[in-house]
Design a protein around this ligand. Sequence first.
Ligand code: PBG
Length: 330
Amino acid sequence: MRQFPNARLRRTRQHDWIRRLVRENQPSVNDLIWTMVITDSHELQTPVPSLPNVSRLNIDALIEHAKEAADLGIPAIALFPHIDPKLKDPTAKESLNVDGLVPRAVAAIKAEVPNLGVIVDVALDPYTDHGHDGLMQGEIIENDSTLEVLAETASILAKAGADIVAPSDMMDGRIGAVRKALNSSGISNVPIMSYAAKYASGFYGPYRNAIGTNAALKGDKRTYQMDPLNRDEALHEVALDITEGADMVMVKPGLPYLDIIRDIKNEFSMPTFAFQVSGEYAMIKAAGANGWIDEHKVMMETLGSFKRAGCDGVLTYFARDIAKSLHKGS
Ligand code: PBG
């Protein structure tokens, strides 16, 4: 007599309705943070060649995109500035300009689309002529003098109306420095989303092109961003950031680091986010355009993977496409 299995996992996979019934994760529009590149330009939009369907937006175009985000039910957007090369210098002084691009952009969105969350990246690389996230002393990226600039930048952006500040520089002690500056400016209610485990990754290539730092960058970022081969160290980074006053933590890049996301979620039970970075987006776009993968299917699968790994939300250039797709129910 043939032995049949009693346990058959295929029983709950037979129909759409039962697959829906046993589904463990439900990605939704509430999981999305739409990443946008902004610039000062007369042109409304300047396409970024390395990021198909992503443009540098001027403030007018940004407002239109912010309205679209709100209409789609996307909770928040994250802003990344492309700064005029003429304004870059070794001290990142443009990052302290209260009338600079990002403070103006934040104020404009808050005036026009007040219920949309606005997250600002806090780092010096868009503003330094050497493309590093910190001030340089010879060949060294100086930690503690950088903290002072970051803290002041964060206060300026919070005062301009930013809802969340997100330090992405990976200097030691930056969360504490930013938290202290916010407290002493009387804005202790602004959450900090720390780029807690940010790796020295090859996946940022298209972004550096988008914000115009790739040509400028001298050397690499391995003395401050994490070694992609390390796992325990990510937990150490997150622990410090939480102690220093972070409210939400992020892992970056996203898909190659799902193990780190799961570790962090298990260990800290904090609001945990992933950044599906430019290189991840560009790979999916390129393979999709060549007909090698089904772009839509893979895009949705990646969001599901982030949820499965333990993410509360994802920063992604796909946010608009995903939101539209979720609304259509596909
Ligand atoms: C730098 C910063 C980077 C990104 C966001 N903020 C790149 C870097 O560290 O060089 C990458 C975003 C992306 O690749 O989409 N502060």
